[in-house]
Write a protein that binds this ligand. Structure first.
Ligand code: DAH
Length: 343
């Protein structure tokens, strides 16, 4: 009896520091198995009870139960502490600080060229025009031939470009879209065609080998130069302000007769002369004219019945004027510090 009690005390003495040092719920579970399990230390001591005299057994049983309860209570108390620590550690590990600023995706802005194209096309859409498009890899036939610019014509030299083959090239102008539209639709025709064009120009502050134009074409019965002037006047006012005037200077384009270069009165100085217009009071903005009878006839439109006007607007030139951009190259460099200014 004394022996059994001493054994229990010895087990409890070993258990106490182990329990106090158990640092995880797994370690506590392992202790529970080792001391209180089916083959645990307390169980082994209780096996020895069989050898005790019958009168000693109740007291021994009571001592064993006390020991078991004490161990269970100690394990439960330690487990509560360890589980709380583990939970706190997990919370700290998985903590999300919702007060931190989020990751921002900065909002971009529309490119000034896109803005200029939308503004210009918008004016003509308001006049009942529709948008037409054509290929950038174009047939010589459409880019030159049918625009009254046959092989050997001097106007070809000023628009030297990138040839894909003898008959295929990167278009030098959006004017071939005029021909494509007139070939495939009958008057009345009113279209604008924005697009990219190519010339083997050396790149500098005012030139690029790739740039943009907007072609315009109106064909109907009784269209006159007065219609051309009126339409372009409206375009200039919408883009550069109500007081803006236009001026036509005689010029030559193979596919229009008569032809003109069109200037817009300076929107900065109102025509007095300043830095923007280089003292001229006017800024050159586009080419225009009455569609050449040969071009109409070539597309199967009778020039005795129909007439039309056409124009070609330089988009870069317009955007630079409109937004005060001094170097064309800024339009192609994709530098956000430049682009965010056009929000
Ligand atoms: N295609 C001409 C150029 O690139 C611009 C032009 C002038 C277009 C007169 C026209 C026009 O439609 O009538 O220089």
């Amino acid at each position: 009896m004394v022996d059994l009690r001493a054994q229990l005390d010895e087990v409890r003495a070993r258990f106490a520091p182990e329990c106090a040092h158990a640092a995880t719920t797994q370690e506590i579970e392992a202790l529970r198995v080792r001391y209180l399990g089916k083959k645990g230390e307390i169980t082994l001591v209780l096996r020895g009870m069989g050898q005790l005299p019958a009168e000693d057994r109740p007291a021994a049983g009571q001592a064993a139960n006390e020991a078991r309860e004490a161990l269970e209570a100690a394990l439960a108390a330690r487990e509560a502490v360890v589980a709380a620590d583990e939970r706190a550690a997990r919370m700290a590990r998985e903590r999300i600080d919702v007060t931190l600023p989020g990751l921002r995706s900065p909002m971009g802005a529309r490119h000034p060229l896109t803005k200029a194209i939308d503004e210009i096309c918008g004016v003509f859409l308001g006049l009942g025009y529709s948008i037409a498009e054509g290929p950038e890899v174009e047939l010589d036939r459409y880019n030159f031939e049918m625009l009254n610019t046959p092989a050997g014509h001097p106007a070809r030299d000023t628009q030297d470009t990138f040839y894909v083959s003898d008959t295929v090239l990167l278009r030098t102008q959006t004017s071939p879209v005029q021909v494509r539209v007139m070939e495939s639709t009958r008057p009345p025709i009113r279209i604008v065609c924005p697009g990219r064009v190519y010339r083997s120009d050396t790149i500098d502050a005012t030139h690029s080998a790739v740039f943009h134009q907007i072609e315009g074409l109106a064909v109907d019965k009784g269209i006159t130069m007065g219609d051309l002037v009126g339409s372009l006047q409206l375009y200039a006012r919408r883009l550069f302000g109500e007081g803006t005037r236009i001026r036509l200077r005689p010029h030559h384009f193979p596919f229009t007769e008569p032809s003109a270069e069109v200037d817009v009165s300076c929107w900065v100085c109102g025509g007095k002369g300043c830095r923007t217009c280089k003292g001229e009071g006017w800024v050159e903005m586009l080419g225009a004219g009455m569609v050449h009878p040969k071009v109409l006839a070539g597309c199967g439109i009778d020039p005795e019945v129909y007439s039309g006007f056409a124009f070609g607007i330089g988009v870069e030139r317009t955007a630079m004027a409109r937004f005060g951009i001094e170097d064309m190259r800024a339009l192609y460099e994709n530098d956000v510090r430049f682009l965010v200014q056009f929000k």
